[in-house]
Design a protein around this ligand. Structure first.
Ligand code: CIR
Length: 253
């Protein structure tokens, strides 16, 4: 069960954020509307939402997931791999101090984005990507193992972040796409396969009784509902334009 989430309002510089997509420039007003719908969906799931104010100095800072890895007992402040995003942690750490006493930090030369960290019960999977390097992954693995969690490092081939392609939706089940469908590290889990034309929908989040899914992916919605999950759709077109998905927009704990 999650009780709380932290989100951050997109700033007016959001439209200048990083992207690898060719989907065009986000429309700021629409991003604000979609962000508000995301907060409403979270409230429907029964969590208390802390909304941090926008910071126009960091265009990508609405993607708060990348700044921390949270467990019930401690927080790990990451060291985000994109230079223009690295300073986002300076604002996040004081915000987390309202909820946590015990902190760890990923230190340079280690880099790590929260989007590369997938928790499945007491087992964390740490993706090596363009943002998370081996040193950052090694540091996080050591922290987690010292706290009695399991940790496995996973090399990414194509996906942007680990959770771009694989997410845990509870009951021993993962939602999985592309290179992770037959990946040895995930073979022990039940799988709901996301078809190639809906690959973006692999980034769904289970929040208490619901799976929040991006709007416009009917096959994945059906597959989830057929498997017994209750879904809530949120429109994310303006976040997708900057490589962002549903998980990126919150820290859940
Ligand atoms: C970036 O390139 O960092 C942002 N435009 C997107 C971050 C997405 N975050 C995530 O998947 N956790």
């Amino acid at each position: 069960m999650f009780k709380k989430v932290i989100v951050k309002t997109p700033g007016e510089t959001y439209v200048n954020g990083l992207t690898t997509s060719d989907l065009g420039t986000p429309i700021y007003e629409k991003a604000l509307e979609q962000h508000a719908s995301y907060i409403e969906a979270m409230k429907t799931c029964g969590v208390e939402v802390t909304v941090l104010p926008a910071n126009a100095d960091f265009p990508d800072s609405t993607f708060v997931e990348d700044t921390a890895v949270l467990t019930p007992d401690f927080a790990v402040v990451t060291n985000p791999g994109a230079e223009t995003r690295n300073g986002e942690i300076i604002e996040m750490e004081p915000a987390l101090k309202n909820f946590y006493e015990k902190f760890y930090r990923i230190e340079a030369p280690g880099t790590l984005d929260g989007g590369d960290i997938l928790q499945i019960e007491d087992h964390f999977y740490i993706g090596i990507s363009a943002r998370t390097n081996h040193e950052g992954a090694k540091q996080l693995k050591q922290i987690l193992e010292s706290e009695n969690y399991k940790a496995t490092i996973v090399e990414l081939e194509k996906f942007f972040h680990l959770k771009t392609g694989v997410n845990y939706i509870g009951e021993g089940t993962i939602l999985v796409a592309g290179e992770f469908i037959d990946h040895a590290d995930f073979n022990s889990y039940k799988k709901i396969i996301v078809p190639p034309e809906e690959e973006y929908a692999a980034n769904c989040i289970r929040v208490n009784d619901y799976v929040i899914i991006p709007a416009g992916f009917p096959q994945t919605k059906k597959n989830l509902e057929d498997a017994g999950y209750k879904t809530l759709e949120v429109d994310t077109t303006e976040f997708r334009k900057l490589d962002g998905g549903l998980s990126c927009l919150s820290l859940r704990f």
